[in-house]
Design a binder for this molecule. Structure first.
Ligand SMILES: [Zn+2]
Length: 74
């Protein structure tokens, strides 16, 4: 089961949740807000170098390292 890290949009609290499936409801443990930003989990980072023989262009189309999920893009 993947563990995702969330950043609350309302109070800025960082918390982790185990996501069973797409129906899992995520709320902030501090202010109970459902508004959050999904942070890039360290467990999900492709660190195995499986695409080392490829070119220099990333496979995903735009959005930086994570497709914009972690807010790394400008
Ligand atoms: Zn909050």
């Amino acid at each position: 089961m993947p563990i995702y890290e969330y950043l609350c949009d309302d109070c800025g609290e960082r918390y982790e949740r185990i996501v069973m499936n797409g129906n899992t409801k995520i709320t902030c443990p501090k202010c109970a807000s459902a508004k959050h930003t999904l942070q890039l989990s360290v467990f999900a980072a492709p660190a195995n170098g499986s695409k080392a023989s490829g070119g220099s262009s990333p496979a995903s189309s735009g959005g930086g390292c994570c497709g914009g999920a972690c807010g790394c893009k400008n």
